[in-house]
Design a protein around this ligand. Sequence first.
Ligand code: AGP
Length: 610
Amino acid sequence: MCGIVGYIGARRPVPILIEGLKRLEYRGYDSAGVATMNGNDSLFVCKRSGRVRDLEHALPANTPPANVGIAHTRWATHGPPTDTNSHPHLSTDERIAVVHNGIIENHSSLRTMLMSEGVTSRSDTDTEVVPHLIARFYDGDLQAAVKQALRLIQGTYGMVAMSIDEPDRLVVARNGSPIVLGVGDNEMFVASDAPALIAHTRQVVYLEDGEVAVLEAQGFQTTDLADRAINKEVDELDWEIEQIALGDFEHFMLKEIHEQPRSIQRGLRGRALPEFGDAKLGGLNLDRRAFFDIGRICLIACGTSLHAAMAASYLIEELARVPCSVEIASELRYRNPIVDANTLYFAVSQSGETADTLAAMREIRRKGGIVLGVINVVGSTIARESDGGIYIRSGPEIAVASTKAFTSQLLALTLFAIKIGRMRDLSAEAGRGLLRALQEIPEQIELLLEDQSEQLKALSESISEAPYVLFLGRGGNFPAALEGALKLKEVSYIQCEGFAAAEMKHGPIALIGERTPVIFISPKDHLHEKTLSSMEEVKARGGRVIAICNPGDDLVRELADDIIEVPVTHNMLTPFLSVVPLQMIAYYTALHLDRDVDKPRNLAKSVTVE
Ligand code: AGP
């Protein structure tokens, strides 16, 4: 999952390309490169392993004049992050350049075919076969040569090609990896994601799989591989560039943790109907009858979205009295799933581009299932291909470690649970109680962040010295514990795990030694007593009990070494509050360990390859 940017117009491309790469760096940040041309007989190419800033430093003060260019920031899949393996990759005669996001699955057989024709590769990458194939078919028409090359390629791609023999165009193609075109005033842009475009235009065009676009400064044309013309709609981006700026925050992760009160308010706006104790969700595309026929709900996701789905499954079963299962997308897609008409499926994804979740959704739909999306990125592939859904309105999430999307996904599914619950046994009063509590959550998170930040910072210093950390919770707080562990792993690289508290006795308790930090999520809910016994068991083995609990909880205070107080809320909604201090602990621990909080090693924001 790399980041691609391209430009054609009257302006110098390098500053536009570098700025665009910086905005896409959350997609991959181990090496980067740029290539430009302006109609004279050579390409200017600069590639470096490392961050975009390393590429920027390597660029000569005056890059050759140009008006067309492509660029790439990489998340290595084939070949280590070196200068040579960075994109763009060139044809042997260096007349064609390509940047690519995705995986060419049959690259080795194509490489063998090319070698038999005397074409050798310079790099270890799968991508390099693409410019060689295009050169193989090139006969004065870049688009035609690209299409012929694509017919030989198996795998996923979002790619841009350019040739010095056709300096007035870029050829763009998509199959499986996201590509957005930006329509400017006598200039055109292309990128893997909209943040690279918003500084220049709000007019965007989302390419679908199998589509090829030719970009010239005046505009674009789209066809499929069989040269059939495709009319494309131009959409308008509905968010501001400030939303992808750091503002007064040191890191996007901290900014996005602090944005949760507003993202939850946005998620509630126009959807909570307190007068009826109900919720309104306009994009589900389900008629009233369909709601009654829902016999089971299945939530499909990966990573943090999976944890949000797991926490929501407790609410859906409790409020709607409908069995709700949660599936790891990468497992479901290859398990030949049994799809039935009474099951409603949800694909839960912040980016809306995660390859495993997308493929699982396609498999379910191929088998006739109805799949709704719970998505953040408007216009993303899962959003466009699903049968309907809920936009979670988190606003752009830049930090690789997802935070505000978790609480917004949980909110969207909670509103769904209330809606379907009210069509069954959930009373208006119970619905009103839940909505009232939901509307208090934003302010409660704000208070929590104000009151607890300093304490969490201090606590994180000691956690940063721990070789291992355990997170424990019950009910909906079990997935919150999993999420706490995922956040700490992702940004601090500390070995840690989350478990259902009672599961600890069945093995993980063996990991507890002297002062092993064990973080308990223990609100005063119906499982409080049980959690206290697990705390006792940890204490008995010398572990250090860190408890997230409600104010004035003396029983916990007696047992815990450290207390983090969170406000009281509805029993079913406690994960909304308990996850926030866990996000902060991960953030401050990473800071203490001097980690790159927003761009942790080996990760990328949306996983668009298998
Ligand atoms: C979470 O912090 C990670 N970035 C990762 O686990 C992420 O949640 C997962 O890749 C799913 O992404 P999605 O929500 O965009 O589908």
